[in-house]
Design a protein around this ligand. Structure first.
Ligand code: NOJ
Length: 762
């Protein structure tokens, strides 16, 4: 597939173009003049080798052993000005010394950038990103990022490789744990909140760190849910779904982006000039730093897209990848490419300009040591305040999937048998990417539940069934069984795809044995991906999805089980019945033969499983119940566009206070196209006391109904269906709006799911 480019850049135009240092993105402040001048002077003074050094990021350690590669050879490279950035390094004191070498001993004294994957916490570990998205509360995602940024910044780090904003519709992909799930609207809102949390409004301010939106552009669409595998999506799906969170954070001023490992329709992303230089730079005017993923520049050869390292380097540079993460292909081979083709030199200067502008924007030219504070490090990391915020995030990320017969909340005094090795697995509470988190900081569910009978039963990563009889005995002596099932932390994450996402290990045998006992069973799920659990959960009356909920996992889950916390998270990805249903997403176009319960009718369904997911996108219960009423619509014409207010009232008719997540879906048909049956365009988590009624009001614009076609973003005239409800499968109110006339939007428009819907609650 060739992506359409609005402006084809040839070397000549680039040669003629002056090096620009504009704002990072439309909404970011322009670089002050003195910085722009300093950068221009530096570029004029630097040798080619020094420029390639700035474009080079080196591993200063490994994820498991940070700083382990900061040896004499690495320091000599810094002194020679041949390194621009390190990753997998940390610590106020060591990084201060490393920075000193760069600033005092390298030819131009350019400060280094220090980076690490600080994803859902640095020392204080919050719930995994998929869980944060399940809060349906961007403020929770922002707060998690803010705490992570504070702890990272005092530890000397300037830059985190987060958030991962890849839309994921196939739960076999292990990296779904790192993102916000299947939906571009939810994904864009969570992504923007995370970027704000990491960067704040002023990157030069205290405790702000650079965010990195990754992995541009369709990494989550890897075929078969296999990591690193080829993606082949239409340009419409790319623009309307996979790129929308990137469009949103580009507009919100994210400082950096990372290209994906995989190829898109045969073009490896790290060498994809149409995507990176074309869409990101030329269309969106994104001026932030673009870094490759780990070794991805040299892997252009493995993809077959380049035959020599010099070709690989030229390909990545032409695509507008500014910094080479770890492969040293720029440092060692871009010089050869430049000798063969001098028209590449202006591209090098552009890349270096963006890297230096990033350092300037962080305030590193003014004070290269302003990050890292060994004294604050001792009090800030894992502080009581940060723990309290992690607790709140954990509480808000829990999703009550099923609660038949009011089994939950547990009654005080009930005899509980707590079963399952995951209930006492502190390491798994940390999930994938733990930065400097340590399992000793985590409180497990077993510890938090206190005085209950505990039997590990079985573990997800062992074939050993010897614990089942003791679990059965515990159940026999209890009034209720709390059965903890799922995956351990290492079943999901990078390169952790699974073909069969049912329960690993002998967990089905444990369930079968406990069912025989006949006591009510509450299943607590721990996992980094939606699992396929139709058979496992058959006949189980209560199910609480808890993901990997971080250091405060145990207390948060225990509070939800006992009703001290009323869970109100919602699923950011639908849960399939079986693995064979994947990929699975709610926002699909209708077919000519919609799924029919009658198997005698030929329809879009499987014969060997029921229609639809086990639990739909947006689903989640609580201990209260809510009614929806009084839908009111208003249209305000605004030139060719229209603005709409959509209001309704929500009443808590339950006996306890609780939050309802009010969700607004649209269907915006367009002549000649099959448009998704339902697309999220607004949500809000509303707290309501028992008996309380509140009014929720969404403000939409017709730009949010846009679709992508061969001529770019288009808004079709006519009727747009509106659906308000408690999940994508539980619509309570319906109505319709009208788009008065057709219109087109410019290529750089923030449209469709990338645009936020303001919501008021009164
Ligand atoms: C590879 C991963 O794909 C990426 O997400 C991560 O940021 C880098 N490694 C650096 O650790």
């Amino acid at each position: 597939m060739e992506l359409r480019r609005r402006e084809v850049l040839v070397a000549g135009t680039l040669l003629a173009a002056a090096i620009r240092f504009p704002a990072f993105a439309q909404s970011a402040p322009a670089l002050p003049r003195q910085h722009a001048e300093r950068i221009a002077r530096l570029i004029a003074a630097m040798s080619v080798e020094e420029k390639l050094g700035q474009m080079t990021q080196v591993a200063g350690g490994r994820q498991v052993a940070l700083n382990s590669r900061l040896d004499a050879a690495a320091l000599d490279r810094v002194r020679a000005g041949r390194i621009g950035s390190f990753l997998h390094v940390a610590g106020g004191e060591p990084l201060r010394e490393l920075q000193r070498v760069a600033v005092e001993e390298s030819p131009h004294g350019i400060p280094l950038l220090f980076a690490m994957d600080v994803v859902h916490g640095y020392r204080t570990i919050f719930p995994v990103p998929l869980a944060l998205a399940a809060s349906f509360d961007p403020a929770v995602a922002e707060e998690a990022a803010r705490v992570a940024a504070i702890e990272a910044a005092v530890s000397g780090l300037h830059w985190t490789f987060a958030p991962m904003i890849d839309i994921a519709r196939d739960a076999r992909w292990g990296r779904v744990v790192e993102g916000a799930g299947e939906d571009p609207y939810l994904g864009a809102r969570i992504a923007v909140a995370q970027v704000q949390g990491f960067q704040t409004a002023d990157l030069a301010g205290r405790d702000a760190v650079l965010a990195c939106a990754k992995h541009l552009g369709a990494y989550g669409a890897g075929m078969g849910g296999r990591d690193y595998d080829t993606a082949d999506v239409s340009e419409r799906t790319l623009r309307e779904v996979y790129l929308q969170p990137f469009r949103a954070v580009a507009a919100a001023g994210v400082g950096t982006m990372m290209t994906a490992f995989n190829d898109l329709a045969g073009v490896p992303t790290t060498g994809n000039a149409d995507l990176v230089r074309g869409i990101l730079r030329d269309e969106w005017n994104y001026q932030g730093l673009v870094v490759s993923d780990w070794n991805a520049v040299s892997e252009l050869i493995d993809h077959g897209a380049a035959s020599t390292p010099a070709e690989a380097a030229a390909l990545a540079l032409r695509a507008s990848v500014d910094m080479d993460m770890t492969s040293d292909t720029y440092a060692e081979h871009l010089g050869t490419a430049l000798a063969n083709d001098p028209t590449l030199l202006p591209l090098v200067d552009q890349a270096v300009g963006r890297i230096l502008a990033t350092k300037a924007r962080l305030g590193l030219f003014d004070d290269p040591y302003r990050f890292g504070d060994a004294v604050r490090e001792r009090t800030v990391l894992g502080s009581a305040d940060h723990r309290a915020k992690a607790r709140r995030a954990a509480e808000r990320s829990l999703v009550l999937l099923r609660n038949e017969g009011g089994v939950l909340p547990l009654t005080a005094g009930a005899r509980v048998a707590l079963v399952g090795a995951l209930a006492d697995d502190a390491r798994s509470t940390l999930g994938s990417w733990k930065a400097r988190g340590v399992q000793e900081d985590s409180v497990t569910l077993r510890t938090a539940m206190g005085d209950v009978t505990y039997a590990p039963g079985v573990a997800p990563r062992s074939d050993d069934e010897a614990g089942i009889p003791a679990a059965v005995t515990a159940a026999q002596n209890a009034d209720v069984v709390v059965l903890v099932l799922g995956e351990d932390f290492d079943h999901s994450g990078e390169a952790r795809s699974r073909a069969d996402i049912t329960l690993p290990g002998p967990q089905m045998a444990l369930i079968a044995a406990l069912r025989e006992v006949g006591k009510p069973i509450v299943v607590v799920l721990m996992n980094g991906r939606p699992l396929a659990l139709e058979a496992a959960l058959d006949g189980i009356p209560a199910v609480l999805e808890t993901w990997f909920a971080g250091n405060e996992a145990g207390p948060a889950i225990a509070d939800a089980l006992y009703g001290r916390v009323n869970p109100a998270g919602r699923l950011p990805m639908g849960m399939p019945r079986t693995s064979g249903q994947l990929p699975l997403f709610y926002a699909h176009p209708p077919t000519g033969r919609p799924a029919n319960p009658d198997l005698a009718v030929d329809s879009a369904r499987y014969h060997d499983t029921d229609i639809g997911p086990l639990f739909a996108f947006g689903h989640g219960l609580g201990y209260a119940s809510f009614t929806y009423a009084d839908l009111a619509l208003d249209t305000h014409l605004d030139g060719q566009k229209a603005r709409y207010t959509v209001g309704c009232t929500i009443t808590n008719d339950g006996r306890v206070a609780g939050d309802e997540v009010v969700q607004l879906y649209i269907r915006a048909p367009a002549a000649g196209l099959a448009r998704p049956e339902r697309e999220l365009r607004g949500f809000v988590r509303v707290p309501l006391d028992s008996g309380q009624t509140r009014r929720v009001s969404f403000t939409l614009t017709s730009d949010q109904f846009a679709h992508w076609d061969d001529d770019g973003w288009q808004v079709a005239p006519g009727r747009v269906d509106l659906m308000i409800g408690a999940s994508s499968a539980d619509i309570r109110l319906t109505g319709a709006l009208a788009v008065p006339q057709a219109y087109a939007l410019p290529a750089d428009a923030v449209a469709g799911a990338a645009l936020a819907t303001p919501v008021t609650v009164s």
